[in-house]
Design a protein around this ligand. Structure first.
Ligand SMILES: [Mg+2]
Ligand SMILES: [Zn+2]
Length: 521
């Protein structure tokens, strides 16, 4: 690996693989397929475990799923496993490529990576796949920002996209408001093109879905919600620009209208009168359209019982669900949508504060609201952020819960008391885990900052974190947010020096806001 670093030249690009997963056998199967490649191997592999903690909302969940165990093989380096806390495929992909660059306990910097390949954990990789990839990368021009692979049989371009690491960073990664993988890739392709990068279609073939998509249903319906955001972000012509085939929304609308006509005739039938003519036409049209959809789905879907269910039951519900999701999405984004900001993030929209040692004098593992003593200037700082029109929040590590020194309820009551005396905040994120739990939320991991940003409907680059230790600034940096250090007497000197060198050191909360908001705000 060290040799390769010295010998890098055009024609031997260094690429890494990011595999987002929701658990199961998929990631290990994919790693085995990577190990069996006859072509070049990646310089790094990151598996992003996107299972959510407990099963409830992040803040309510104290239990993490057990760590994902996966191993590399062949010329493949051992995978780095990171957690992204169940925030969806876009957030998992972002966590993956950001982890590539992040320092860890074992290393001071990530490997130098020119390209990042995103592979869903359900794709089949033939042994020659990496040869094709290497050929695509070697042929890429200097302004090539992304190469989209094709997926056999589906016409969709999601499972094998590769992006230049520099281009990915330049546009701030994937838009985490999009819920489905193939819209994320269309969205980032459009943003790369607008930023001056070329997005090409790769020649490599043979990536195919191992599982049949849509087994559980609901995929097309959720696509509809994403399509509403795509239209708000990129205008009505986004499909042509991103070369996404037209959807079936028009047909779903027609089917739903026909069903409504038919249902409107029901009261008459119930009163013993004949079905009114418009309702009869509606019922006929609905039956025809639904039969057509059922035929299409049975032609492309699985065989056996699942196939019958898919062919017969779903078509009745699919059009209605699609129209509903599209309408809901259109309402949500009715005023348009803010573009996903790059790493600079555009204007700052929220300031998150660490609790202990930043807003509140640190009482170790405090579970008693009566012991809350606000730091001088904390009330004024929160008021100033609000007056500037920004959202506020608290992100706090509470490992006393994992250590069984305090209960979750005590920690939450203490935070609630601090928040009450500060005049309220827009979002609170609290990590109940200990340092050894490997959770995605405990600072310096980015989970709480990312979750707070999602809560506020913001990109991480629009958010800042103010805290008293290096882990606060580290969490901000790992999330793609801005971090400012306001040290106390117990802050480690090396953290203070690092913040000073980075220009993010402030003597107090007021000074931190001077840095973030400008001194006259
Ligand atoms: Mg602190
Ligand atoms: Zn945690």
């Amino acid at each position: 690996m060290n040799d390769a670093e010295g010998r890098e030249h055009r024609g031997s690009p260094r690429w890494a693989v990011v595999v987002p997963t929701a658990g199961g056998p998929g990631p290990q199967r994919l790693l085995d397929a990577l190990a069996a490649q006859t072509g070049p191997a990646p310089v790094a592999v990151v598996v992003v475990d996107d299972r959510r903690a407990g099963g409830g909302a992040h803040e309510d969940a104290d239990r993490l799923p057990p760590p994902l165990v996966v191993t590399g093989g062949g010329a493949c380096p051992e995978p780095l496993v990171v957690r992204s806390g169940g925030r969806g495929p876009a957030a998992a992909r972002n966590a993956g490529w950001r982890a590539l660059a992040a320092p860890t306990a074992e290393r001071t910097a990530g490997p130098r990576v020119g390209w990042v390949v995103f592979l869903d954990d359900d794709v089949e990789l033939p042994p020659t796949w990496s040869r094709g990839l290497a050929a695509d990368l070697a042929a890429a021009g200097e302004r090539t920002g992304g190469i989209v692979g094709t997926v056999r049989g589906s016409g969709r371009a999601s499972p094998g996209a590769v992006y230049r690491a520099e281009a990915l960073a330049a546009v701030g990664g994937f838009d985490e408001r999009l819920g489905r993988a193939h819209r994320e890739h269309a969205d980032i392709a459009l943003r790369l093109q607008r930023a001056g990068w070329a997005v090409e279609r790769g020649a490599r073939t043979g990536v195919a879905r191992a599982r049949t998509a849509d087994e559980g249903g609901g995929q097309q319906e959720r696509d509809s919600a994403d399509d509403a955001l795509m239209a708000a972000l990129h205008g009505p012509a986004w499909r042509e620009e991103a070369q996404v085939p037209p959807g079936r929304l028009r047909w779903h609308l027609a089917t739903t209208a026909a069903a409504a006509l038919a249902v409107a005739g029901l009261p008459a039938v119930l009163r013993g009168r004949p079905l009114p003519a418009p309702s009869a036409v509606g019922a006929l049209a609905w039956a025809g359209l639904t039969a057509d959809l059922a035929l299409r789905r049975s032609a492309s879907g699985p065989r056996g019982a699942a196939g019958v269910r898919r062919a017969l039951l779903a078509p009745a519900a699919v059009p209605l669900a699609a129209v509903w999701h599209r309408a809901r999405g259109a309402w949500r984004w009715r005023h348009g949508a803010q573009p996903w900001p790059g790493p600079a993030g555009g204007p700052l929209r929220a300031v998150l504060f660490d609790r202990d040692g930043t807003l509140v004098h640190d009482v170790p593992y405090n579970g008693d609201p009566a012991k809350v003593v606000l730091v001088d200037g904390a009330v004024e700082a929160l008021a100033r952020v609000r007056a500037a029109g920004l959202a506020t929040g608290v992100v706090t590590n509470q490992s006393g819960i994992a250590r069984r020194i305090i209960t979750r309820a005590q920690a939450d009551a203490t935070t609630a008391e601090a928040v009450r005396r500060l005049g309220g905040v827009d979002v609170v994120q609290s990590c109940p885990h200990g340092p050894g739990d490997g959770c995605p939320c405990r600072k310096p991991a980015p989970g709480m900052v990312l979750a707070a940003a999602v809560r506020l409907g913001l990109a991480p680059g629009q958010v800042a974190v103010v805290g008293d230790i290096g882990a606060d600034v580290g969490a901000a940096r790992a999330a793609g947010a801005r971090g400012v250090l306001v040290p106390t007497a117990t802050t480690r000197p090396e953290d203070v020096e690092a913040a000073r060198a980075a220009g993010v050191l402030a003597p107090d909360l007021s000074g931190a806001l001077d840095l973030l908001l400008g001194s006259r705000s």
